[in-house]
Design a protein around this ligand. Structure first.
Ligand code: URA
Length: 250
C-alpha cells in the first residue's frame, strides 16, 4: 500500500469516528414516562404530515406527466424516464447529472456503480434513501452516458426547479458540476464550488434554500484520492444537518 492510500485509510477511520474503544454498558436502565397530551399532539401532527405527503405525491405525479410530454430529444433514445428515488417527505434533496445505463433500465436515479458508492458514503453520515430524496438535472439517459448538452439541460431545468419547489427541502446537495453550475448560476467548476456554503435562490417562487456541492461519485471512482475531500464535505454537511436538527424535523 502506498503512502497516499495509507493516509486515505486513516482519514476513512477518522471519518467513521473510530477514536475510542467501547466497553460493555448495562442496558435497560432508562425509565420512560408516557405523557398522554404529548401523544395527542403527535397524532395531530402525524395527520398533518400525512396530508402534506399526499399533496407532495400528487404534485410529483403531476410533474411526471408534464415531463413525459417535454420536447427533449433524449426521450427518443432512452428506455425509461428517471424521475426520483428516496423519501419525498425528506428535508434533504440530492441532485445529480443524468441517468446512466442502469438507471435507464430501472427508472431510478443512482442505482449503478456510482450510485452504490454514493449510498456507501452517505451511510457514513446516517443518510440513506429513507431520509433523502434524490433526482437528476436531466430525466433521460444521454446516449453512451455522455454529458448532457446545454439544450437538454435548459429544457429540463424549469422542471428541476418545479421539483425543488415541490419537495421544498431544507438542504440541497448538488452532486457534480452540472447540477452545481446550473442551479447556482455559476460559471466556476466543481473544484471551486465545493467546500463552500451556498444559497439556492428561485426568485419566481420566493425560495431560498441552503445548498452544498460535492464531487460526483463517478469522478471519485476515477480519482480515489479525492475521497478525502469528499469526506471533508460530508462532515460539513453532517455538521449542518445536526446543528439545524434537519433529520429530527422529519
Ligand atoms: N450519475 C448521475 O448523475 N445520476 C445518476 O442517476 C446516475 C449516475
Amino acid at each position: 500500500m502506498n503512502i497516499k492510500n495509507i493516509k486515505s485509510f486513516i482519514e476513512f477511520y477518522k471519518f467513521l469516528g473510530i477514536t475510542d474503544c467501547i466497553s460493555p454498558v448495562q442496558r435497560n436502565k432508562m425509565k420512560f414516562k408516557v405523557d398522554p397530551k404529548k401523544n395527542i399532539k403527535k397524532m395531530k401532527e402525524s395527520k398533518k404530515t400525512e396530508k402534506i405527503i399526499e399533496s407532495k405525491l400528487a404534485s410529483i405525479n403531476n410533474l411526471r406527466s408534464l415531463i413525459i410530454n417535454l420536447d427533449c430529444s433524449l426521450k427518443d433514445v432512452a428506455t425509461n424516464l428517471v424521475l426520483y428515488d428516496g423519501n419525498y417527505d425528506a428535508n434533504i434533496m440530492f441532485i445529480g447529472e443524468a441517468p446512466g445505463a442502469n438507471e435507464d433500465i430501472d427508472g431510478k436515479p443512482f442505482v449503478g456503480e456510482a450510485g452504490k458508492l454514493l449510498d456507501k458514503m452517505l451511510s457514513f453520515i446516517n443518510l440513506s434513501r429513507n431520509n433523502i430524496y434524490i433526482t437528476n438535472m436531466v430525466f433521460w439517459r444521454p446516449p453512451g452516458n455522455r454529458t448532457p448538452n446545454e439544450t437538454e439541460i435548459s429544457v429540463c431545468l424549469p422542471y428541476t426547479k418545479k421539483h425543488i419547489k415541490i419537495i421544498k427541502p431544507k438542504l440541497l446537495v448538488f452532486v457534480g458540476s452540472i447540477a452545481a453550475k446550473n442551479l447556482l448560476n455559476s460559471k466556476e467548476g466543481i473544484t471551486k464550488i465545493r467546500g463552500k456554503k451556498h444559497i439556492y435562490q428561485d426568485k419566481d417562487n420566493d425560495l431560498k434554500i441552503e445548498a452544498r456541492a460535492i464531487f460526483h461519485p463517478a469522478y471519485l471512482m476515477r480519482n480515489p484520492i479525492e475521497k478525502k475531500t469528499m469526506w471533508d464535505d460530508l462532515l460539513e454537511i453532517d455538521e449542518f444537518i445536526n446543528s439545524n436538527n434537519i433529520l429530527q424535523d422529519e
